[in-house]
Design a protein around this ligand. Sequence first.
Ligand code: ZN
Length: 355
Amino acid sequence: MISKYDEFKIDKIKLSDEELARWQKLLKKINDLNKHAENSIKPECCPICSKSITSLCKSHSLPAFVLRTIADKGYIKSCKELIGINPKKTYIGVKEAGVFYSICRECDSKYFQDYENPETLAETFSPLMMAEIALKCSLFYLHKRYKEKALISLYRKNNLPNLLDSEVIEMDIEEYKKDYEYDIYHVKKNDSNGYNLGYYKILPYVVPIACQIPIALVLDLNDCLVNDVYYKKPNYKIENCIVCIYPLKDSTIVALFSRNKNNRYRKFFKQLNKLDLDTALEKINYIIFKYSEDFFLSNTLNEECVKSILDIVSESGVFFTRDKKFKQDFYIENYTLKQSNQLPNLLIEQYALNR
Ligand SMILES: [Zn+2]
């Protein structure tokens, strides 16, 4: 029987030379459209300082020094390489990973100094650092949704199938814009009341995964609803918490926090803090793969590990609509955190990178 992993992994399907050539041609076309979309959304002015931009800054969705920690000869894997979309490109260079262009150089070097510093990050996790991380996330995801919006019309023009829902993208853009306003206010004011650090641990070893991602948690550890993600009403706001995994020189920072304007995470954070360390890490590990595709992995992970991760990743992101009323059974079946032991827990010492 062909597993989900094999279905997704193009190089496992054994395409004929002709099929492979067709696939490569399609990939090239998609790549060209991506570049086109990227160019079409370049802002004329920096959203932070409003100055006109002559050349945009190459920003990273998470600090490059964090990615370098898990890299092997400068290479890592993002979700794309893990799935094996392009059989000829199985790794990504740290310099190209999570890169996006949306602000000017001056703002990029001015507003993220506190958390984009390995020494500070190894010792503390201040409210200002949380504000900076949240701001980087808002900018990255706004950019990502703008690009998806541009891609929808490009795909249509080129008669390519489109899996994106423009209505959901519009709603996401509005939500990320509000988060951006909140975050930039707190960064500029250095206001210590903007964020709630829900979970924080320094692990004395280096894990093979790095991420900095907003997650709209659906169920907490008792299967109680946190976000009704498929309920589509303009006045219902999805609330995110931000999950950070930062492998450093000889330790790893694990942190989860939410914006203080959002109250839905209080119970979940309490539940998480009551668990023993390994179980809490197991839940966080599962949440990352279940809810996001924006993580980066060391390419030294073994095939078995990758296989189980892909089974979970390929299950998520199937629904692009929120057009369903809350159905307890549906959510429990898909989002319960009680099955978190199905995945190898990359955050425990067993998977630590040998330094
Ligand atoms: Zn600027």
